[in-house]
Design a protein around this ligand. Structure first.
Ligand SMILES: NC(=O)C1=CN([C@@H]2O[C@H](COP(=O)(O)OP(=O)(O)OC[C@H]3O[C@@H](n4cnc5c(N)ncnc54)[C@H](OP(=O)(O)O)[C@@H]3O)[C@@H](O)[C@H]2O)C=CC1
Ligand SMILES: O=C(O)[C@@H]1CCC=N1
Length: 278
């Protein structure tokens, strides 16, 4: 018994779709047991219903109260409004999983009736294909079985780790936002290949396979990235020349700054909750 029989998504954006696509693909739940709604965009709901067969409830309050697991997938700035709007339908027999960046379990708990288990989760969009890296942390009312239920769901769509809440802003900056950093790197590599004289198609194919191969090397050998890098880098060779250029332009510093800035933005998003600031 995993305790997940009915899921209600509040929010129908890219994260909700990525999660429900992954959960349905892995058959963790049947589509007719998943309800999804948003604020305004009816055509978006029709599209999700057409693609996945999920239930678009007419009575949203009922969909919330009938769910054992409510996934809050609205933007951080909309969390307060959404919780105030739907709070009367929440009850202690269910759990709320919030994926909102920067929003603490404490902030969520303060906006809903006392005693309802809250879990904060930070997946990433790779959950669409079952390859998210998700971190979970428990709010004050979340029991071990609630964490088990959350793990049951998120383990279907990638790997899971349980962390203390104070780590969640760092997690958000690293693995929540992380796919975008990698895609940016891929864009840059692809473009560089074109500027070096390759066709766009060949450049993309070589870039993607290089990324895939490097990721598998890291995962399968579990060797240090620095050691794997060393093996590519022949003394006086091409890689050394390329890496010197990346170092000269402080590539590692740029990556560090990106993660630290994203972390502080996660904190800002949490602290702006309820202040009407976007
Ligand atoms: N995108 C990502 O990679 C990741 C995102 N997250 C988090 O996931 C959350 C959602 O992000 P994302 O999917 O990108 O955002 P989107 O803007 O794509 O989706 C937000 C959804 O919330 C709905 N919504 C807003 N207010 C309400 C309300 N009061 N009641 C019901 N639905 C409401 C919107 O409806 P409508 O369109 O009708 O206004 C929309 O469907 C964010 O908090 C983000 O921090 C976490 C990890 C990764
Ligand atoms: O950019 C954002 O705020 C969200 C959270 C992590 C990934 N996307």
């Amino acid at each position: 018994m995993n305790g997940v029989e009915r899921i209600c998504f509040i929010g129908a954006g890219s994260m909700a779709e990525a999660m429900l696509a992954g959960l349905l693909k892995k058959r963790r739940i049947d589509a007719d047991r998943v309800s999804v709604f948003n604020r305004h965009k009816r055509e978006r709901l029709d599209k999700l219903k057409g693609t996945y067969g999920v239930w678009i409830p007419e009575n949203r309050g009922r969909a919330i109260s009938e769910a054992d697991t409510v996934i809050l997938a609205v933007k951080p700035k909309d969390v307060q409004e959404a919780l105030m709007q739907w709070r009367s339908f929440f009850h202690k027999g269910q759990r709320i999983i919030s994926v909102a960046a920067g929003v603490s379990t404490d902030s969520v708990e303060k906006l809903i009736p006392a005693g309802i288990p809250v879990i904060r989760a930070m997946p990433n969009t790779s959950c669409t294909i079952g390859l998210s890296a998700t971190a979970l942390c428990a709010g004050r009312w979340a029991k071990p079985e609630d964490m088990e239920a959350a793990r049951y769901l998120f383990s279907a769509i990638g790997s899971t780790v349980i962390v203390e809440e104070e780590a969640m802003d760092s997690v958000t900056a690293l693995s929540g936002s992380g796919p975008a950093y990698i895609y940016f790197m891929v864009e840059a590599l692809e473009q560089a290949g074109v500027e070096a004289g390759l066709s766009k198609e060949i450049s993309r194919e070589l870039t993607l396979q290089t990324l895939l191969g490097a990721a598998h090397m890291l995962m399968e050998t579990r060797e240090e990235p620095a050691e794997l890098r060393r093996r590519v880098t022949s003394p006086g060779g091409t890689t050394m020349a390329g890496l010197e250029e990346l170092k000269r332009r402080q590539f590692d510093e740029a990556v560090k700054s990106a993660v630290l800035r994203a972390k502080s933005r996660s904190r800002e998003l949490g602290s702006l909750l309820g202040q009407g600031v976007k």
